[in-house]
Design a protein around this ligand. Structure first.
Ligand code: NAP
Length: 294
């Protein structure tokens, strides 16, 4: 039976420590960290994610200002709002919840955010810094959360065969870049056009799956002793929430595995808090939060 990588309790521990840290700033007469969250439209999953982020911020002492804009918000209106917060010195972080409605040019919106306030780490300046191994890159929240979890559980990563399934800009690609940084490990990134997925997953010592398809990875596709990080979030017809892997069968074969829910999801939220606090710290002349320095 595999070690269960408990993102829920680790995230709670991180949040408790962040709360103490922010309380200490307030006692010194400093302001709270401020995060702006912009949500456009009525996507139900996005509403839940934004609410979770708001709750987590409140718990640790980050002021989160959530702007819920109607579905028909224009590109120009959104750009204007971002411009306003870019120029406000008291705003530490800006997050635009994705996906945006189809009439919005998402990349233009991402690029409009001041890269120093880009808590999601999606701006090309931060992506470029991560790709070139610079230490001051803001790292996207899900890969950062996974990295923190691997280190917390002392999962060896050096020279391990890492396979990532899913090549999105928000999970798969930055995850791969994190491993490549410092030549930590060789990485294979698979996607929809990978001819023989099984031949990759079978050799993985660390397997990270971020696709959004329940049961994509079955027990026969992994090797004994693998570490499985399941990023997928899928709502089944019966209402159950599952990942992309067959957790029940794989946990008997793996060395370690993340549950869904309670694995990567809470770590993503914890990383958002860490990125916000790190930006705040830098603004006040302190070193970045050590957990964001990967
Ligand atoms: P995405 O943008 O849709 O990317 C999915 C990736 O999977 C793409 O690279 C896609 O390739 C690839 N893919 C699709 N079918 C495949 C297949 N059969 N075999 C191999 N690769 C395949 O999704 P995302 O935003 O990265 O999210 C992925 C999943 O993680 C979703 O379930 C999402 O809800 C979840 N998620 C969870 C968290 C969390 O905190 N737990 C955070 C972010 C995302 P193509 O692009 O070539 O089609």
């Amino acid at each position: 039976m595999a070690l269960i990588l408990d993102g829920k309790s680790l995230s709670k521990k991180i949040r408790e420590e962040l709360k103490k840290e922010i309380d200490s700033y307030i006692q010194k007469g400093m302001r709270n960290p401020n995060l702006v969250v912009i949500l456009v439209g009525e996507d139900p999953a996005s509403q839940v994610y934004v609410e979770n982020k708001r709750k987590a911020c409140r718990e640790v002492g980050i002021n989160s200002m959530v702007f819920k804009l109607p579905e028909n918000t224009t590109q120009v209106e959104l750009l204007e709002l971002i411009g306003k917060f870019n120029g406000d010195d008291d705003i530490d972080g800006i997050l635009v919840q994705l996906p945006l409605p189809s009439h919005i040019n998402t990349q233009e919106i991402i690029e409009a955010i001041n890269p120093h306030k880009d808590v999601d780490g999606f701006h090309p300046e931060n992506v470029g810094k991560l790709a070139t191994g610079k230490s001051d890159a803001i790292i996207p929240c899900t890969p950062l959360g996974i990295w923190i979890m691997l280190k917390h559980y002392k999962i060896p990563t050096f020279k391990r065969d890492v396979v990532i399934v899913g090549a999105s800009n928000i999970v798969g690609k930055p995850m791969g870049l994190l491993f490549l940084k410092n030549e930590e490990a060789p990485v294979s990134i698979c996607h929809i056009n990978t001819k023989d997925l099984r031949s990759y997953t079978k050799k993985a010592e660390i397997l990270i799956v971020a696709v959004g398809k329940p049961n994509l990875i079955t027990e026969d596709m992994v090797k004994e002793g693998v570490v499985v990080i399941d990023v997928g979030i899928n709502r089944l017809e019966d209402g159950r929430l599952v990942g992309d892997t067959d957790f029940g069968a794989i946990k008997e074969k793996a060395y370690a595995i993340t549950p869904v829910p309670g694995g990567v999801g809470p770590m993503t939220v914890a990383s958002l808090l860490l990125n916000t606090v790190s930006i705040y710290r830098k603004k006040h002349g302190f070193a970045p939060h050590p957990l964001t320095e990967v």
